[in-house]
Design a protein around this ligand. Structure first.
Ligand SMILES: O=C[C@H](O)[C@@H](O)[C@@H](O)[C@H](O)C(=O)O
Length: 473
């Protein structure tokens, strides 16, 4: 590492345009939204953290081990995942300190990435660290973080209040007992909204070797016999009702593509029965999944849950890493996808259905201007999902606003989505988005495409009314 250890400086103008006239408008817009409550309608913070409100562990288990944005790049630099506590591995203090030092040693590799922006914001604004992360400061920073984590002020519920997170959605299995959400709702001392999200992916994939076991588990959770296709549908509908009763506002779906089709009931039932016997062909399983996406939309028109799609991720790209560390461990890789023709059967049936909301996320940014924005610019049900995962980054967010706004405007979008497990990064992620949107709106003001009053109203709507409307919050 060439740079010496230096003070950690978070410039108040970070991410704002360099042009002084535009920057001054961006500052004013950001000032108006910077401290507004955070709405997080899709993410992966475990609800148990808030239900049990136990102190976070050490700095590594909090900031490195659960964050695949961080450890994937360290892995690319040659650091072994087991050294970072990935996949549930438990590190003792010596190992945890070593992992933190490894992050510091490789910190230059994060230059220009959103992870650096987020982690520096966390260190400076959440933990009050005054030094930039460096191999010479790693141990001292580790100690400062560890000391703060021991404080009641740094327990999950206290931080939820400090971060002013008004709504936090988790991502949950349809057969989950949702006991943590129930406990939070029954706790008179807990006043924030932590809500489950219905995530049925694996129950809609008959090609899975464990599909029959999953169908049984679904039936057990719903109290409905899923030995038949009718029972399977009824169980899904029952679990959606249970999720909604505990505050859920959306179902989330992440499959290989968003191709949709409708099978007739007899054919769907035949494939389902074959799948329970482990005899469905790959083509039948794919057709069934595509049919079930339409069924999820049909259910959404009946129970009112918002439907979000997060397609086209080659999950678990590296077999050995999956086998050793499990899923969601940094080697999910995007690929190109298509929405216009894939969704036509679903939207032909439900695209104008009263109250149906379909939020489209993509990791293929070419579809924002070509497909998603045009769809959202016609169908009352379709909303443009915020830049997700590899696109949740300054340059990609700038491209997103340029690509989507001219067809769909601002008011057909989802509002920012952090979609994270990394609880400490949530304020930084939302602030990065607020800064970038302030910058984009300021540019429109500078070009006389908006007046500042409109830009101010839009900036506030983007973090308040727009996510609340899109997610029916
Ligand atoms: O930002 C990254 C996201 O949290 C990613 O880990 C999730 O989107 C997850 O793969 C999912 O499908 O829900």
């Amino acid at each position: 590492m060439t740079a010496t250890a230096r003070p950690l400086v978070l410039d108040p103008d970070r991410l704002f345009p360099a042009d002084p006239a535009v920057r001054s408008v961006a500052r004013r817009l950001h000032e108006a939204v910077r401290d507004l409550p955070i709405i997080s309608p899709h993410g992966h913070v475990p609800p148990q953290w808030l239900a049990d409100d136990v102190p976070f562990g050490d700095p590594t288990s909090l900031l490195i081990s659960p964050d695949h944005y961080i450890y994937r790049l360290l892995h690319a630099q040659g650091v072994a995942l087991e050294e970072l506590g990935v996949g549930g591995g438990t590190l003792d203090e010596t190992q945890s300190r070593r992992a933190f030092r490894l992050l510091a040693e490789h910190w230059p590799a994060f230059r220009g990435t959103p992870s650096r922006f987020w982690l520096e914001s966390e260190l400076g604004e959440v933990f009050g660290i005054g030094q930039r992360l460096h191999v010479d400061t790693a141990d001292a920073i580790y100690d400062q973080i560890a000391e703060r984590l021991a404080s009641p002020d740094f327990r999950p519920r206290a931080l939820l209040d400090r971060f002013d997170i008004a709504v936090l959605a988790t991502t949950d299995d349809p057969a989950d007992d949702l006991r943590h959400h129930a406990a939070l709702r029954e706790d008179p001392a807990f006043t924030r909204r932590v809500i489950p999200t219905f995530r049925p992916d694996r129950y809609l994939e008959p090609a899975r070797a464990d599909f029959a076991e999953l169908a049984t588990a679904l039936g057990r959770a719903a109290g409905i016999d899923t030995g038949s296709y009718a029972g399977y549908l009824a169980a899904l509908e029952e679990r959606r009702r249970t999720f909604k009763a505990l505050g859920a506002v959306s179902s989330d779906h992440s499959h290989a593509d968003v191709v949709t089709l409708s099978l007739d009931e007899a054919e769907a039932a035949r494939i389902y029965a074959a799948a329970l016997r482990g005899e469905a062909t790959e083509a039948e399983a794919t057709a069934f999944r595509r049919h079930m996406l339409v069924e999820m939309a049909r259910m959404a028109t009946e129970d009112g849950l918002v439907m979000t799609l997060h397609p086209a991720v080659h999950r678990n790209h590296h077999t050995a890493t999956l086998e050793r560390f499990g899923p969601d461990t940094g080697h999910d890789i995007p690929y190109a996808t298509e929405f216009t023709r894939g969704l036509q059967p679903l939207l032909d049936r439900f695209g104008t259905a009263d109250g149906f909301h379909l939020v489209l996320f993509t990791l293929d940014e070419t579809v924002y201007s070509r497909e998603i924005a045009p769809l959202a610019g016609f169908y009352p049900s379709v909303y443009v999902g915020a830049p997700w995962w590899f696109l949740d980054a300054p340059e990609a967010i700038r491209r997103f606003r340029g690509a989507a706004t001219e067809t769909a405007g601002f008011y057909r979008t989802s509002g920012f989505i952090d979609d994270t497990r990394a609880f400490m990064s949530i304020p930084a992620r939302h602030d990065m988005s607020r800064r970038l949107d302030s910058a984009y709106l300021a540019q429109l003001v500078a070009e006389h495409r908006l007046d500042e009053e409109e830009a101010l109203e839009t900036a506030i709507d983007l973090v308040t009314t727009i996510p609340r409307k899109t997610f029916k919050l």
